[in-house]
Design a protein around this ligand. Structure first.
Ligand code: SAH
Length: 473
């Protein structure tokens, strides 16, 4: 974040606007919406500003800017459009520590103004950090269509009951649940539909009823986060993240995905990485159960799909055996994500009639797999966790009859910005991985489906080699 978003209270001290043109008038309108009583300094002013001054809604000093004008102000806007005046305004405000914005001059400003959606008291500010104001405006237009016009009314309604709810429901977690139920429930709908009187009666019943004191049971959602690109998360995954009290996440889940969690959700890293204490599966299970039994909404966030090489099944069994409600939210598994991102179909009519997801992970050097059936052809093998055992894997498949020339493609960090695709033949797979220095999470695709990718690479290599040859004279 280049700029820190914050909301100013403009009622306490005067705001100064230097300039009397259209730009100044626009800023004045905004400031007055926030309850400011602005002071305008400008030798001349447009009719709108003059009229505001006549009605006493602002103070207008019809003269040039002086350094002393800044004294005692809470906020300063430079809107004269004259470089020298704007610079002087910025310099004076800065030297006195007063926040200053100069219209269209972020270099002179200590703060910038966002695109605003105003559903008072709900206010949304959208900023592109000055890089793309039009984009910010387009985002605003989209959000405007999503937000009900009566949103402000709903917020005010809730605000009026805040004290009563706090007095009645002492426990913080329970109180939050109460409000969550409220905003997605029938009372809120009534307010949004304009029936505040009806809503008020129902609300009193809600606050004083038994429901308000209900201790909601905790739960665990085992959520697949997809292969890396946050856009590949499901809507449900996003929703669960935004409801979560606690998020336990793995190494495969990047920070840009964990960031979708509710702002004040507790985030617990449970993956393996250098310098981090590694939690055992038992410790993770215990931690999830403890949190859920304490009434928390736990999200167990995993790379890809939780039920594909994700130990989601074990975790589900453990929790269910303790009477904890478990929900599983599927995700895009690495094979699907990587194949799509690399343009490699996993099945192909006539050539690849089946696809097998297998693990290359081995406790003692060699995974226990049915090599004969894997080598039987007309299928695609999608190998997870196979980089370190690639040589053994390829050797066994060839021994059991799979052609040494079978195309392979390795997708490292699939769907992420640093994605890398390495192609080759089965008999040189391990060598290629070594030469290309593949170390990150990588998916190995073995089968005819990878031929196109392989041939494209060979063609590119040949072209590069030809280009490097000395030109014939
Ligand atoms: N549950 C996960 C798999 C976890 S096992 C899923 O459904 O995708 C971890 C392995 O998944 C890694 O060793 C790698 O083989 C694969 N993997 C996960 N994310 C990947 C990515 N972005 N690119 C390539 N491979 C990935």
């Amino acid at each position: 974040m280049r700029y820190f978003p914050a909301f100013h209270d403009l009622t306490a001290r005067p705001s100064l606007v230097v300039g009397g043109g259209e730009a100044a008038a626009r800023k004045l309108r905004l400031l007055m919406k926030a309850g400011a009583r602005p002071v305008v300094v400008a030798p001349k002013a447009v009719a709108e500003i003059a009229a505001l001054a006549r009605r006493g809604e602002i103070t207008w000093h019809p003269r040039a800017f002086r350094a002393g004008d800044v004294a005692g102000c809470g906020l300063v806007i430079g809107a004269s459009g004259l470089a020298a005046v704007d610079a002087a305004v910025a310099e004076t405000a800065r030297s006195r520590g007063v926040p200053v914005n100069v219209v269209d001059r972020p270099d002179l400003s200590s703060f910038i103004t966002p695109a605003i959606i105003d559903r008072d008291p709900v206010v949304i500010g959208i900023s592109s950090g000055g890089d793309a104001p039009i984009l910010a405006r387009q985002i605003r237009a989209r959000l405007e269509t999503l937000l009900p016009a009566n949103l402000g009314r709903l917020a005010r309604f809730a605000g009026a009951f805040r004290g009563a709810v706090a007095a009645q429901i002492g426990d913080g977690l329970q109180r939050r649940r109460f409000w969550e139920r409220f905003f997605s429930g029938p009372v809120a709908d009534k307010v949004l539909a304009g029936d505040e009187t009806g809503a008020r009666e129902t609300m009193l019943g809600l606050i004083n009823g038994r429901d308000a004191q209900r201790q909601e049971a905790g739960s665990v959602a085992i959520v697949g986060a997809g292969p890396g690109d946050p856009d590949l998360m499901t809507f449900k995954a996003l929703r669960r993240l935004q409801e979560a009290d606690v998020v336990l996440y793995d190494k495969l889940v990047g920070p840009e995905i964990v960031d979708y969690a509710r702002r004040d959700a507790e985030r617990i890293y449970v993956g393996k990485a250098k310098g981090h204490h590694t939690k055992t599966q038992d410790e993770i299970n215990t931690l999830m159960a403890e949190q859920a039994l304490a009434g928390k909404r736990v999200v167990r966030l995993k790379g890809g799909d939780p039920f594909i090489f994700g130990r989601g099944g074990e975790e589900m069994d453990y929790l269910q055996a303790r009477g904890i409600a478990v929900e599983v939210v599927p995700g895009v598994t690495a094979a699907a994500g990587c194949a799509a991102a690399a343009g490699i179909p996993l099945t192909l009519r006539g050539t690849a009639l089946a696809v097998t997801f297998l693990t290359g992970h081995a406790k003692d050097g060699e995974p226990e797999l049915d090599w004969a059936s894997l080598a039987s052809g007309k299928q695609t093998l999608a190998v997870y966790m196979g980089v370190s055992t690639a040589a053994t894997l390829a050797g066994r498949l060839i021994e059991h009859g799979l052609a040494a020339a079978t195309p392979v493609a390795v997708i490292e960090n699939g769907t992420r910005p640093e994605q890398k695709v390495v192609t080759g033949r089965l008999d040189t797979l391990a060598e290629r991985l070594e030469v290309e220095g593949v170390t990150g999470p990588a998916l190995i695709v073995i089968g005819e489906v990878a031929r196109q990718a392989l041939e494209a690479d060979i063609t590119a290599d040949l072209q590069n080699a030809a280009a490097a040859l000395p030109q014939a004279v």
